[in-house]
Design a protein around this ligand. Sequence first.
Ligand SMILES: NC(=O)c1ccc[n+]([C@@H]2O[C@H](COP(=O)([O-])OP(=O)(O)OC[C@H]3O[C@@H](n4cnc5c(N)ncnc54)[C@H](OP(=O)(O)O)[C@@H]3O)[C@@H](O)[C@H]2O)c1
Length: 136
Amino acid sequence: MRRRVAVITGGNAGIGRAAARQLLERGWEVVVASRREEAGAEVVAALRGYGPVSYVRLDLARFDSVRACAGEVVARWPRVDALINNAGTVRSRRELSADGFELTLQTNHLGHFLMTHLLRGRCWRRRQTGMAWRGW
Ligand SMILES: NC(=O)c1ccc[n+]([C@@H]2O[C@H](COP(=O)([O-])OP(=O)(O)OC[C@H]3O[C@@H](n4cnc5c(N)ncnc54)[C@H](OP(=O)(O)O)[C@@H]3O)[C@@H](O)[C@H]2O)c1
């Protein structure tokens, strides 16, 4: 049977990393999408023993990075069963992103909104088959 695939933003640290491990232990394939490539390589090495885990670079504070990440996911994984929009940050002072939005808003909300929009077709396809969309 095909392994279910979960993409976890911010899966290299904290809650996202714990969720990645839990899913691997339950037989899922996990794609960690986060900003720092070294941390991504480290989490792949650390979790490899639990199951298939990969890293794709994602900076939610840049729309071009979100588009590139979604494009890579679409190219490498024909189906995505779950997108876990976990990554987040809080800035103590107001900063603007390269796209001109307040950085916390873009990272936590707008970047995830775009990511969800770009991967929606992958998840929809699964739902339309009538296969289970729950119980993980
Ligand atoms: N911990 C709590 O008590 C708590 C409570 C309420 C809500 N939350 C929410 O739960 C989520 C996870 O919390 P946590 O405590 O596990 O956080 P964390 O340990 O600080 O980890 C944050 C994750 O977000 C990623 N991230 C930050 N900015 C990013 C960006 N621009 N693009 C891509 N990835 C980015 C980080 O990746 P890099 O390391 O590569 O930068 C890291 O993997 C967050 O959304 C947080 O707001 C947490």
